[in-house]
Design a protein around this ligand. Structure first.
Ligand SMILES: Nc1nc2c(c(=O)[nH]1)N[C@H]1C(S)=C(S)[C@@H](COP(=O)(O)O)O[C@H]1N2
Ligand SMILES: [Mo]
Length: 325
């Protein structure tokens, strides 16, 4: 198959986010570092992360997907991460993920579809037609952040591969390279990291493929150059640094479900009524600018489907969500 590589960051006429908004974010970060009693947010306040100006700007169209609460600061979004291929600590990805080579980047598409093959990132993503999405991210570890992504909806991209009638599910794979990803030397998870969705979940308009965050190309620690974002599911479903997509008839296996099936089900929908076996999912610690919106502790009650029930509850009509967690 022919792999074309047009310039990845070709810009169009629309303006990039003005520098002044980054100034605002820096002010927020300064306030964050100065804040005392920061028990709610211990490691990140110290983590050294490169500022947004380090990353190439990306232009996305104005979003209709917004969250009322303010965005988490850049420093939190890019300095407090889960990316076990670079270690299990929250600041490991920011420290170590620079070894990941993200350009050139190919994605192998296989399984139950007509147009399978290997595609260059630039053939999958039209960098001149990007959208913004501001979503609340909810980690199974009971914290959340509001994050402004840049990318494209997943559904139309999957449709271009022409999945056939046997394609009931889709599985995704992260790159697996010991030289570039030091955490994969330890068997903390079944590598490559993999995740899966039912086709109708993947086609839902909320399902998003991100190539950027905060109007900038994704930092490696956030899953560059291509990662999934599924706002109604726990964070671990939003697989990073995707190199494989497989259309399947049977429900795919997922790394977290393989490692601890009682703790991590296939669906992984945010659900305050279904407890994680070791802790409650009824509320969450908000990692945000800590402006006192909800007081110093900044906790909020977790919402069903992370607040996106209007868009996704129909996908699970009639299912016992205690059984299909
Ligand atoms: N390949 C891969 N993808 C991953 C993970 C991971 O360890 N490896 N961690 C997941 C978890 S648990 C979360 S909460 C989110 C975190 O995304 P963020 O660091 O961009 O906020 O990425 C998810 N995607
Ligand atoms: Mo997570």
């Amino acid at each position: 198959m022919l792999i074309r590589r047009p310039p990845r960051f070709a810009m169009n006429d629309r303006d990039v986010t003005p520098q002044s908004s980054y100034m605002n974010r820096r002010d927020i970060i300064a306030g964050l570092t100065a804040a005392t009693g920061f028990a709610a947010f211990p490691q990140t306040a110290n983590a050294k992360v490169a500022g947004p100006e380090t990353y190439k700007p990306l232009v996305g169209s104005k979003t209709k997907y917004k969250v009322e609460d303010p965005n988490a600061p850049w420093k939190a979004v890019t300095g407090y991460n889960n990316f076990y291929e670079f270690g299990t600590g929250k600041d490991d990805p920011a420290k170590r993920a620079h070894t990941l080579i993200t350009d050139p980047w190919d994605v192998k598409v296989e399984g139950e579809a007509e147009n399978i093959g290997t595609f260059a990132l630039e053939d999958l993503i039209d960098f001149n037609a990007l959208e913004d999405r501001i979503y609340r991210h909810r980690c199974v570890e009971a914290w959340s952040m509001v994050i402004p992504w840049v990318g494209l909806p997943l559904g139309p991209i999957l449709q271009r591969f022409a999945p056939n009638s046997r394609a009931k599910y889709v599985q995704f794979f992260t790159k697996n390279d010991r030289k570039q990803m030091p955490g994969t030397r330890w068997p903390v998870l079944d590598w490559p990291y993999r995740e899966g969705l039912r086709m109708d979940e993947a086609m839902n308009p909320l399902s998003f493929l991100a190539v950027g965050v905060y109007g900038r190309v994704l930092p490696n620690q956030n899953g560059a150059p291509l990662r999934l974002v599924l706002p109604w599911k726990y964070g671990y479903k939003s697989i990073k640094s995707i190199v494989g997509i497989k259309f399947m008839e049977e429900q795919p296996d997922t790394s977290w479900n393989l490692s601890a099936p009682r703790e991590y089900g296939f669906y992984s929908n945010v659900n305050p009524q279904v407890e994680h076996p070791r802790w409650s999912q009824a509320s969450e610690r908000v990692i945000g600018p800590q402006t006192g919106l909800r007081g110093a502790l900044a906790r909020r009650d977790t919402e069903m489907f992370n607040g996106y029930a209007d868009a996704v509850a129909g996908l699970y009509a009639g299912m016992d969500l205690h059984k299909f967690y």
